[in-house]
Design a protein around this ligand. Sequence first.
Ligand code: APR
Ligand code: PHB
Length: 393
Amino acid sequence: MLERTQVGIVGAGPAGLMLSHLLHLAGIESVVLERRSRKYVESRVRAGVLEDGAAEMLRSSGVGERMDREGLVHGGIYLQFGGERHRIDFMDLVGRGIMVYGQQEVVKDLIEARLATGGDVRFETEVRRLDGLGGEPSISYLHDGVERLLACDFVAGCDGAHGVGRMSLPAGSHAAYERVYPHAWLGILARTPPASEELIYARHERGFALHSMRSPDMSRLYLQVDGADDPGSWPPNRIWDELRLRLNEPTLQEGEIVEIGVTEMRSLVLEPIQYGKLFLAGDAAHIVPPTGAKGMNLALADVRALAAAVAKWYMSGSSDGLDGYSENCLQRAWRAQHFSAFMTSLLHGDAAKDPFEHKLQLANLTYIARSRAAATALAENYTSAATGVWGSS
Ligand code: APR
Ligand code: PHB
């Protein structure tokens, strides 16, 4: 017998899991198909900043309890440049802060919530092909070496940067806008107390560095490296020396490096992000460089819109929300692209290779540090205050 569900969801990252959770709250059935194991997705270290509105979305949908207990509420960030440190006070400038809480913690909380209410989340299940997207969709997937078919009303491609969702858009049905940056981030998760109570974004002659954190004894640290660098060329001593220098934090304590990885820096937007009964969300639809901390926030905002549009269709038969899904998400995605590209170009580079660019960056950073209007623009974009993403609350 052919298996059936209302919404077939490819991918158990924040987008796919949150979509399944929101649909469940609206009384709509879904199946989440994830090619990796549960352990893998729960331990994959990614970014960790939630905008206030995204944190509120977790809370109001009943999955914010651990975040409120363990997450770190910050009222601003620091910019470090030219040997000085300036605080951008988000609370004062725009009345909103951010929540620092690892993406894999959000993923763990969502998996637990889905399984606690009988949700159908299948790990180690790889989607191979999507068919019938113009009419009666079906998903071919492989589980335990057996290929099966899942029929559904809608397919949500929440399968990230390299998934099958994006590949299933017919040629000529969409445009892809892309920019690849020459840099990458070397990221480490280290067992050491954060040297600062809030994030430090540093512009140094030798390149960018970022100090973030996960808890009072875990720090998350990043260094701009060359896109082609092998993490093997970064032994711990070199990492710690470079972090202390770029962050101007001579007291940053070394600690056990529990995870190390290189994050590529790229921008991509597909237009439109839907075709027939297929709707893309999160990284499947758009990718931002990590400097603006927007990836997880965009993914959550997409699925909030998608869940509402699907619920409207089931409740009233109206396809208004579904028809407008792509346009609705892309406005937000382009705003985030602009901000992420701005933060990336403001903070990255190599003064030895391009001293003129470095001077321009210092001039702009000084302006942001001195001008309330410029600092407010940064704060509005970082927190998504005034950009209409999460409404006016
Ligand atoms: N079949 C099943 N699952 C798949 C397939 C496939 N063919 N292809 C990819 N997947 C899974 C991946 O294993 C991954 O777990 O889809 C999931 C996509 O999750 P994410 O990459 O976390 O993407 P998303 O939910 O959109 O979240 C975006 O992730 O990369 C960060 O910065 C980004 O914070 C942002 C967030
Ligand atoms: C993180 O905490 O991992 C983090 C914070 C801010 C960013 C990117 C990543 O811009």
